[in-house]
Design a protein around this ligand. Structure first.
Ligand code: HAM
Length: 419
């Protein structure tokens, strides 16, 4: 019997693992500049946390959670997203008493039992940011600006920002009635089975349905923005004005309600059209009632999460793991000398590998070629005796024999002359 991985769960090898590390490094740099600090929360939480925050009527809670009882029979769930856990940690730690605004980021694996396809995994990774404690539209604009800055730093700028406003609970109530009235006027058999139920229990979810029949119907549905109260309208107009003044483009998307129930006012998604059907690379919005709903203080919040697998699909076209040198050593003595030389070159900041096992010259040259390195360093018994090394540029074919003690200088000079 072979042991296989679970469907929808991936092993991440290079170059993908390098791309993931690169994304996290860029995120840390950009977020630190905006005052965000890292919070690491557990992968497991009590199920009830997700049911209450994400909402009973959502696909995530109804169909996608990995839920199981622990040894005492308590229901636990592998986190399907980071926000709920961050809110639980924020409340439990009493952070609200210590700072008026908290800026927290989290990265790591999330779990949703969805049908796997390109860009959709059952274990996937998010980079997640939350700004807690400010009701100001400046906070919404700051988060969106930071998200786009992060993507830009990664070299991803061919994306579209979709944005909408759900309004507050009061204006959403009048919208819900209008939407229900509109949907009830349609023949029920045009809507999917789920939406016939949602129409009565949580009509906003119908706007989010991906079934073509439902999409055709909601295309003409009343618009949320037309039901925003004056305060919500001013809030949203300010967010949009700040984005425009920063030179950030957006598209108003009247059906953008997002798949999770905790949102109010601003909601947004960043979409790429170069990665297929699973096109949303990031999503987020404001969730002012959530902390209170979970038993915490009445603190507002706004945040987003990026899907790392989807960003990696875009980046895999540009980012390559690159070795600068591959050292081949022919016998026992030259291998030990070569090992010391490899460490010295790495100490000098260069990236490289060497062969550990014995093999013929041709086989070793093949290994060097396959490694993708630009330079092959050759160390045979003669070179070892003289403490020399042959450095061959595998692109141009040029080769020179230099003293081992000068190899670092030689390679650094070569790199600079090619810049
Ligand atoms: P979400 O839209 O459910 O929002 O997920 C955010 C991003 O995670 C998506 O845009 C997508 O890139 C990625 N993603 C989601 N599901 C999968 C999957 N099965 N496979 C691969 N990638 C996936 C949230 O999770 C909210 N907690 C975001 C947020 C933070 N809102 C406020 N703060």
């Amino acid at each position: 019997m072979t042991t296989t991985r679970i469907k929808g769960f991936a092993d991440i090898f290079p170059p993908m693992s390098d791309i993931f590390t690169h994304m996290e490094n860029v995120a840390r740099e950009v977020f630190a500049r905006c005052g965000f600090v890292e919070l690491r929360t557990p992968l497991l939480e009590f199920t009830d946390l997700f049911q209450r925050s994400i909402g009973e009527e959502t696909d995530v809670v109804q169909k996608e959670m990995y839920t199981f009882p622990d040894r005492k029979g308590r229901l636990l769930t592998l986190r399907p997203e980071a926000t709920a856990g961050v809110m639980r940690a924020y409340i439990e730690s009493g952070l609200a008493n210590r700072e008026s605004v908290s800026r927290l980021f989290t990265t790591g694996p999330m779990f949703r039992h969805e049908r796997p396809q390109k860009g959709r995994m059952r274990q996937f990774h998010q980079i997640n940011c939350e700004c807690l404690g400010s009701q100001s539209p400046l906070a919404d604009a700051e988060l969106i600006n930071m998200l786009l800055l992060f993507l830009d730093k990664l070299g991803i700028n061919d994306v579209i920002l979709h944005i909408n406003s759900l309004g507050c609970s009061t204006c959403r109530q009048s919208y819900k009635s209008a939407l229900q009235e509109y949907l009830r006027g349609k023949t029920a058999d045009l809507l999917c089975e789920d939406c016939v139920r949602r129409m009565e229990t949580n009509p906003l979810r119908v706007l989010d349905c991906k079934q073509q029949g439902c999409r055709d119907i909601t295309a003409q549905a009343p618009k949320l923005l037309d039901y925003n109260c004056p305060e919500c309208r001013t809030h949203f107009q300010t967010v949009l004005r700040l984005l425009r003044e920063r030179g950030l483009n957006y598209e108003l998307d009247h059906r953008l309600v997002r798949g999770l129930d905790y949102y109010c006012r601003t909601t947004f998604e960043v979409v790429s059209n170069s990665i297929g059907a699973q096109a949303a690379v990031a999503g987020g919005g404001r969730y002012d009632g959530l902390i209170k709903l979970l038993g915490g203080p009445d603190v507002p919040g706004v945040g987003f999460a990026c899907g790392m697998e989807r960003l990696a699909l875009i980046l895999s076209n540009v980012h390559q793991h690159q070795l600068l040198f591959y050292l081949i050593a022919m016998d026992q003595t030259s291998r030990e000398q070569g090992w010391l030389l490899t460490q010295k070159l790495r100490d000098g900041g260069l990236t490289g590998e060497m062969n550990f096992s014995e093999s013929g010259f041709k086989g070793l040259m093949r290994q060097a070629g396959k490694s993708g390195a630009k330079y092959c360093l050759i160390l045979g018994p003669d070179e070892a005796l003289q403490h020399n090394v042959v450095i061959k540029n595998l692109v141009s074919g040029k080769q020179e024999c230099v003293p081992q003690k000068d190899a670092l200088q030689y390679l650094l000079k070569e790199i600079h002359s090619n810049d």
